[in-house]
Design a protein around this ligand. Structure first.
Ligand code: FRU
Length: 470
């Protein structure tokens, strides 16, 4: 351990000790930082039975700062235990941030790949074409708690020459005996794409090919991910720079996916881009495969560079942001769906059931299932001011009236055009709501800061059940 690592470790521990342990809006079921700021999920895996999740962590300031990897573990993906900081920005190649990356688990070892961020100092630099390093780094662990030496694998000069300095967020998988890595890139022409690298030994990597859309699609793809869900191949990317009518009422940046027809390593074509989530707070998702073979995904329940809305009630408690509840990604008739991981079922206790209408006070963590919705007749009010409703052509998540304004942190309206919904599942936590429409055909996620946990459902003819989640 060098002197910088030692001091950083001490400072982080001091900040964590000084932080308030209580707070009305601290989440019960969602991974959140002990103090300060959290963004992307990193290094998600199940390793020797235990779930590990790392996160982009800035403990000194809830509004962000230099990034390190915080570390949590869980047995059920609902209750997370903080394990301290795993990786500090303490080397010349990662001194301005241990940026996002992934875990590869093989033969009882954990391999963590990440981006070492460096911003050189000079007024001349634009930090797109000059002045920024995105280094690819590997760290290995035998037990998932002690992390070895950082190995610098690639620098910007090892990447294709037509790329800008923005190359980051490695995600690694193994296929037919070789290792593949996808990274998000911005080309020198300001086009967002995904770069694939190949390796035979996990250490020595070379650029293989570029995955792109036919027409340019945004200027940067962050946190790309490649997954196989029931045989359907999917490329996920968090895209910056989408413009035009289609994106007007959406978030500043998007997280979504393309179906891959063909072979990402051979001939392929990409489908239309589809959003993972239509709500306010969802970015930089990452998937992993559980030991029992499920594809599970978690995302940052937040939004970068978003001045319109925020989380000041959490900031007042000294922290900001959390992850989404882990979702199983599955397909139905070839189309992607999402549902909370099945571990949640073990934690549910039914508190109320009704037909058509239900009005209740909820515990801070709760779930409601509304099934058999008739002709799209559905409206729910959560926390007095968050309205979820189907209007005849679109499903809306809307903060309404003075009560809505009070609890929204500045959020207003998100919607998605769709046919009449059949079912809605809502998962509420102390300061978040996740809404799964039609078994997760569409999902809407938001933070909120309610005065009281109340729920009112109006859905003539539908079955409504309310559960406490413990
Ligand atoms: C996405 C992102 C990544 C980067 C990380 C830095 O939110 O910008 O591209 O690695 O966050 O915290």
């Amino acid at each position: 351990m060098n002197a910088l690592t030692r001091d950083l470790k001490q400072l982080v521990e001091l900040a964590e000790k000084a932080a308030p342990a209580e707070g009305r809006f601290r989440q019960r079921l969602h991974l959140m930082p002990p103090t300060g700021w959290l963004n992307d999920p990193n290094g998600l895996c199940q390793f020797k039975g235990l779930f590990h999740a790392f996160f982009q962590y800035s403990p000194f300031n809830p509004e962000g700062g230099v990034k390190m990897w915080g570390h949590c573990t869980s047995r059920d993906m609902a209750h997370w235990e903080y394990q301290g900081t795993a990786l500090y920005p303490d080397q010349p190649f990662d001194c301005h941030g241990v940026y996002s990356g992934c875990a590869l688990v093989e033969d009882g070892r954990m391999y963590l790949y990440y981006t070492g961020n460096v911003k050189l100092e000079d007024q001349e630099y634009d930090y797109v074409l000059a002045g920024r390093e995105g280094n690819t780094v590997l760290v290995e662990s035998e037990d998932g708690f002690r992390f070895g030496r950082k190995q610098l694998l690639m620098r910007n000069e090892d990447y294709p020459a037509d790329l800008s300095c923005h190359v980051r967020d490695p995600k690694v998988w193994k296929q037919d005996g070789r290792y593949y890595m996808v990274q998000g890139v911005r080309t020198k022409e300001d086009v967002g794409e995904a770069q694939i690298f190949v390796s035979d030994d996990r250490i020595s990597w070379s650029p293989l090919r570029r995955i792109r859309t036919e027409e340019p699609f945004g200027y940067m793809w962050e946190c790309p991910d490649y997954m196989d869900v029931d045989g359907q191949k999917i490329l996920s990317a968090s895209v910056q720079g989408l413009e035009g009518e289609e994106w007007r009422d959406r978030n500043v940046y998007q997280s979504g996916y393309f179906y891959i027809e063909g072979d990402i390593l051979g001939e392929y074509s990409l489908s239309q881009y589809r959003l993972w989530d239509c709500g306010f707070d969802y970015y930089a998702p990452q998937s992993f495969v559980t030991e029992d073979g499920r594809v599970v995904m978690m995302a940052w329940m937040g939004m970068p560079d978003c001045p319109e809305y925020g989380n000041s009630p959490a900031l007042a408690e000294g922290w900001q942001h959390c992850f989404t509840f882990p979702r199983e990604i599955y397909t139905e008739d070839g189309a992607v769906r999402q549902r909370p991981v099945r571990e949640l079922e073990m934690l549910k206790r039914k508190v109320k059931g009704a037909e058509g209408h239900l009005k209740a006070e909820c515990p801070a963590a709760w779930e409601t299932d509304i099934t058999g919705i008739q002709a799209g007749r559905f409206r729910a009010v959560v926390g007095g001011g968050l309205v979820l409703t189907y209007t005849g052509s679109r499903f809306e998540m809307r903060f309404e009236g003075p009560a809505g304004e009070e609890i929204s942190g500045g959020r207003r309206l998100r919607y998605q055009e769709m046919e009449s919904p059949d079912s809605v599942k809502i998962l509420g936590d102390a300061s978040s709501v996740e809404v799964f429409v039609n078994e997760g055909e569409y999902v809407f996620t938001t933070r909120y800061y309610p005065g009281a946990y109340t729920l009112e459902v109006e859905a003539d003819g539908a079955a409504v059940s309310l559960y406490a989640v413990e």
